[in-house]
Design a protein around this ligand. Structure first.
Ligand code: SAH
Length: 244
């Protein structure tokens, strides 16, 4: 059942249940009161990542504060998505975009991977998490993906769970069409790896190619930007072996 994309959706920390009271934080209150100009009696959808989605009404609206009351659950809490999205962090604006697209496309865990050519030195976790919430609010994702601490590629691969198939987007892969390789995947537990703007080093490519859990795929005859490659690969995976 797809989410109601017409109503305003808000991520809240409060536990949600019949008649649960919710006090949005100051930033959210400002948005509801001054940007959306909502008043007492208005309704919106709220979720907290655990209790599903609830219809809530504005019980009282002051100048800077408002109180919501949860009325009825509109969608049950779905299981967490299992797709692990491994990515070399990009420069901030593109990173924001890429994280939001991964959430919309159904990633269950976002794993920053530091590779030889990765440009972004720091990966601000709070910023990644803010992007997760923003994408979830916009697209009705109720099971929020978790965000991992950045790992070097060697560390990521050293601890790799052999039961999880890692689809490696290899800009140097043979051929152009990934469908055959993807449709040959038997595992239900999946992960995706997209490199940095500078691509993977030969040593990294060799290390990945040597892993039995890894399936290298091409993404067409052109070199895509990393954030384009992320969305293209997520669509291909979801449509062949994922949840589409
Ligand atoms: N600078 C590199 C390209 C890096 S593109 C070069 O010129 O070769 C950034 C990442 O997007 C790559 O590491 C890869 O994961 C993915 N990607 C981009 N185009 C791709 C393609 N045609 N096939 C497979 N992966 C691709």
């Amino acid at each position: 059942m797809r989410a109601n994309h017409r109503m305003q959706r808000l991520f809240v920390e409060a536990a949600l249940g019949e008649a649960a009271e919710i006090e949005p934080n100051p930033k959210q209150a400002h948005y509801l009161l001054n940007v959306l100009r909502l008043r007492a009696g208005a309704e919106l959808l709220v979720f907290n990542g655990h209790d599903g989605e609830w219809l809530a009404g504005i019980a009282e609206a002051g100048k800077k504060r408002l109180r919501l009351v949860a009325r009825a659950q509109t969608r049950p809490q779905p299981p967490a998505a299992d797709l692990v999205y491994c990515f070399a962090p990009l420069k901030q604006g593109r990173l924001d975009y890429m994280v939001q697209k991964a959430v919309e496309m159904g990633a269950g865990h976002l794993q920053p991977v530091l590779t030889h050519h990765t440009q972004a030195a720091r990966v601000p976790r709070h910023r990644l998490e803010a992007n997760v919430v923003e994408a979830a609010e916009q697209c009705g994702v109720l099971a929020l993906p978790t965000v991992g601490e950045p790992l070097g590629l060697d560390a990521l691969l050293a601890g790799w769970d052999a039961a999880r198939r890692l689809v490696f987007c290899d800009e140097a892969a043979e051929g152009d069409n990934p469908l055959e390789a993807l449709q040959a995947i038997a595992e239900r537990r999946l992960a995706l790896l997209v490199g940095p703007e500078g691509g993977f080093s030969d040593a990294e490519r060799a290390r990945l190619a040597a892993m039995p859990s890894v399936t290298a795929i091409p993404l067409g005859p052109r070199i895509l930007r990393a954030d384009t490659a992320a969305v293209a690969a997520l669509a291909l995976i979801q449509a062949t072996v994922g949840d589409w």
